[in-house]
Ligand binder design. Sequence first.
Ligand code: IPM
Ligand code: MG
Length: 355
Amino acid sequence: MNYKIAVLPGDGIGPEVIDQGLKVLNAVAKKFNFSVETIFGQIGASAIDATGNPLPDETIEICKKANAILLGAVGHPKYDNDPTAKVRPEQGLLKIRKSLNLFANIRPVATYEILYESSPIKTERIKGVDFVVFRELTGGIYFGEKGRKEEGNVAFDICTYSVAEIDRITRLAFKTAQTRKKKVCLVDKANVLETSRLWRETVTRIAKEPEFADIELTAMFVDNAAMQLIQWPSQFDVILTENMFGDIITDEASVLTGSMGLLPSASVGTELALFEPIHGSYPQAAGKNIANPLATILSVAMMLEYLKEFEPAKSIKEAVNKALEIGQVTEDISKTNPKSTSEVGDWITNYILNK
Ligand code: IPM
Ligand code: MG
């Protein structure tokens, strides 16, 4: 098998962590006898610097020809405090989601024992936490009509959802739940929002289809869910939600584990999928070889699962577990004996090749 992978390193620590991800990808390719062809593209602040466009058309073309996309990180502080900037790195992200129709953002959250102490939540509460958030990614308030009226003194962002948009991500979430504990919690605000009521109606109807008879569906208002995620996170298996609520609760969920540096994600469409660490571009660490590459390496594992290369994916996850267990980790996890970004990548690569 030969896979074409579009690689978009992006900004800040993106290129460094991507290097480690590719090292590991090449290692499993060698070990499990498949080949990988990488094609690099630009996105984010670095693309603005080079071309004036946060997502040049050429990048979209590269992605469309690939079997999957691996992305580093997008963002630069020079844009953060300037809401009036006409072009922004994040536009690259929103545009790639929309133009490739990557409608489901999938973020697994699992806690690791070695990180219990680093979590802001008490160990007894986070033990055994293992859930996945399915966040709708191409609809809702993010992409609705927006603008100003009354001479700029009134602003609006419209939230719209169609049954078809809700339907496709719901089926994906249900199918994933069937490989897990079969519990799906729909997070919405159906006591206030009409779009949320359409979500409830649609999701409830699909749950009644014979194919999904084994799914246990519950629903929770988003404000309550925000609280439950802190108080009793281990109750969740699959969380299904719309774009904006998903943006907020995935950030909340990411701190439960004690390290943002460990969490991978997938953004899946009908034809293509993109894989990226959930952390940002962490500009303060860029070029210092200190960033944690594990989230990117685990994103490579998720990408391989998507390509149905389950054994290679498993061997990456095993190597990451081992690295955590014996302390082959960067300074965000180990204060006493931290390794560099490339040392962690090398260690994992060697472990895979020599095991
Ligand atoms: C995310 C990010 C993006 C979002 C930003 C950078 C546009 O927060 O991927 O969660 O809001 O979707
Ligand atoms: Mg976010």
